[in-house]
Design a protein around this ligand. Structure first.
Ligand code: ZN
Length: 657
């Protein structure tokens, strides 16, 4: 553990709060200290209010902010004197506590302060830092963890036994600190939870955190529990996409909504999933209690969903009977699956959730294995974990609900995704919550979007092997396929039949027709497994109902594709798979149409460019986005009872109407 503090950088942050932002980000950037929204920090500042009164304000991390990217507005200002009064109460429920935090903040629009706000307030230091450092959690989660922690830190820290985060923990810390803290106290270790450091300046508090965590890491190294041997290479099992899609179907049924699955087959993950003692070490609980909200208490081993679901119900029923207030059961589907072939498989209601679970479990695997070497991994009891999983505040969020996006938990594949209508389809699907695999010959497709729910793959759709590979990669990333948008196509320049050569004809047929047949065939078993039934949208052309001279190859290929789609609607209707076509015309914001070509075509008709662009019944322009929005809606509930349809998107064409 090394300090990332840079005096030069820090000097650019002027105020106490700005420095709080700077050192919080340093902590947030190290995933071995905090992961995805974990941890929290604070600074105490004396301010003058509008009445001219001086008051001490605690600026504490607000909910919804991540330390890695936090900014000044991410810290909620709360009146210190009130927080210090609260801690003298005998008890306070979490909902009451949140109400107090909310009503005592001095900026009404600030987020709700961290549930650890009162704990931050009672520590009498200007800066307070809190992380769930892997090394500390590793040591505290062993059978003799407390004795080890005392040996490592001596009088430098106070050891706080595990108590659920919130009011009770704040109260316990206040008592212990008053009774036991000395001049030498640099921080607190919270058993099975994490670590606090504090200091007079941002730098002092940060450096103490680094130093304390570094001592834990060195201790692990000195006890042969740091370096995990590089696992041996394992045999690749070939394509696993279909098996993943089958598993995803079962997980989605258990969850009651579509879920995405991500498969990590790294050597580390495979070695862990194939450990002989997996049933023992993986079935104890998470590394730190707040992971349970995302990962559930236990991973599923193998693929027996029924056994997992009944195990979860039994755990819920047993624990719920002891709960302080009535609780509503969460969905019983796993969020982490350990399978000897599929590797570490994580599940989420969207791609970001699945990704976060992968990150969390990658750290958990290391923590478990190091604790195991140190003398035996031991997580918190099921009762303690249940308390966090079914926490009053989380249950309140559940009751509030809110509608998930239209394609939440679903995945789509779009061909021709780097430009024009295909690119617009990617955007329309992402905007509706789908994860998207974009294929295109143009490698620009790879970096079209840099986000967890997009995977761009450069791929020649006429190469069936390349298609199969791309699909396999897509399935390892998202776990299945619900929607297919067939957009890739070529439009060769005008050539009359008399001059049309066989090579050109075949190339047009290969891209516009054969590739789509191959994709439909490859995707059919996946679409059959889609939790909300498969959907296909074919981007056809006005040339299907109304061909033009000089476009024989294009028109014939699109007409054949249209017929192929109609047959697919007939053959797949019984499986609930819907396939509909769009026939756009005169979409000029695509790569095909440069200003030059537009001017030439307009001149050909004796028109100006604008007149040419709107030469349809409605005198309107048709953009890629217009087509894409309709394509996305065709995959949604509006078209749930429609298959085999052909819808023009052309502003109205005399020859089609
Ligand atoms: Zn914590």
């Amino acid at each position: 553990m090394k300090s990332l503090w840079s005096q030069e950088e820090a000097s650019r942050f002027g105020t106490d709060l700005d420095l709080r932002v700077y050192s919080s980000r340093l902590l947030g950037h190290d995933p071995s200290l905090v992961l995805h929204g974990g941890g929290n920090t604070s600074v105490k500042i004396r301010e003058t209010n509008v009445l001219g009164e001086e008051q001490d304000i605690l600026y504490v991390k607000g909910s919804g902010w991540d330390l890695a990217t936090i900014e000044a507005p991410g810290f909620t200002p709360i009146r210190m004197d009130h927080l210090l009064e609260l801690v003298r109460l005998e008890s306070l429920t979490d909902l009451q506590m949140v109400n107090e935090l909310k009503t005592q903040q001095t900026i009404a629009s600030a987020p709700t302060g961290s549930v650890e706000a009162i704990l931050h307030a009672v520590l009498p230091f200007k800066y307070v830092d809190h992380t769930h450092a892997d090394a500390v959690v590793t040591i505290t989660n062993t059978a003799d963890g407390e004795a080890r922690i005392r040996r490592i830190y001596g009088e430098d820290i106070l050891v706080i036994p595990y108590v659920m985060p919130g009011f009770d923990l704040a109260r316990l810390v206040a008592e212990r600190f008053a009774a036991e803290a000395t001049e030498r106290t640099l921080g607190l270790v919270l058993m099975s939870h994490g670590i606090f450091s504090f200091g007079a300046t941002a730098q002092e508090s940060y450096l103490r955190m680094i130093e304390l965590v570094d001592r834990a890491e060195r201790y692990l190294a000195d006890h042969g529990a740091w370096d995990l041997s590089v696992p041996p290479a394992f045999e690749e099992a070939g394509d696993l996409g279909l098996e993943l899609a089958q598993l995803r179907r079962a997980v989605s049924e258990a969850a009651g909504c579509p879920m995405l699955l991500a498969s990590d087959r790294s050597a580390e993950a495979m070695a862990f999933c194939r450990r002989d003692d997996l049933e023992v070490i993986s079935q104890q609980g998470p590394a730190t209690p707040d992971h349970v909200i995302r990962t559930k208490r236990l991973p599923m081993l193998g693929r027996d969903l029924d056994a997992y679901v009944s195990g979860y119900r039994a755990y819920f029923e047993e624990q719920a009977s002891n709960a302080r207030s009535p609780v509503q059961m969460l969905d019983p589907a796993p969020r982490v699956i350990l399978d000897p072939q599929l590797g570490l498989v994580t599940c989420g209601k969207n791609a970001t959730e699945a990704c976060i679970n992968t990150d969390i479990y990658r750290h958990t695997m290391q923590i478990i294995q190091r604790a195991d070497r140190l003398g035996g991994w031991r997580a918190l009891s099921a009762a303690d974990i249940f308390e966090v999983e079914y926490w009053e505040l989380e249950q309140a969020k559940l009751r509030k609900g809110g509608q998930p996006p239209m394609f939440s938990g679903e995945a789509a594949l779009v061909t021709g995704a780097a430009s024009g209508i295909g690119k617009a389809c990617v955007a329309s699907l992402l905007a509706r919550g789908a994860a998207v695999i974009g294929l295109d010959l143009n490698p620009a497709v790879n970096n079209l979007h840099l986000r967890a729910d997009y995977l761009g793959l450069a791929c020649d759709v006429t190469d069936t092997r390349a298609l199969r590979q791309a699909l396999e990669l897509g399935l390892r990333r998202f776990g299945g396929l619900d929607m297919l948008i067939l957009d890739a196509g070529v439009f060769p320049g005008g050539k009359r039949i008399a001059e049309l050569d066989d090579g050109l004809w075949r190339r047009v047929m290969a891209v516009n027709l054969d590739a789509n047949l191959a994709l439909l065939r490859l995707c059919h078993p996946l679409l059959e497994l889609a939790p909300k039934q498969g959907r296909v949208v074919v981007i056809g052309s006005k040339n299907v109902p109304a061909p033009g001279p000089g476009a024989a190859a294009y028109s014939a290929s699109k007409a054949a594709l249209n017929q192929l789609a109609r047959v697919a609607a007939l053959e797949w209707g019984g499986e609930g798979i819907r396939i509909n076509s769009l026939h756009p015309d005169a979409v000029f914001d695509t790569g095909l149409w440069t200003q030059e070509v537009l001017e030439a075509r307009a001149a050909h008709y004796g028109m100006g460019v604008q007149q040419y662009k709107t030469k349809n019944l409605l005198k309107t322009e048709v953009s890629s986005r217009d087509v894409a929005e309709l394509a996305a809606e065709m995959c949604g509930p509006l078209f749930a009872r429609t298959t085999g349809a052909q819808v023009p998107v052309d502003g109205g064409n005399e020859r089609v109407v």
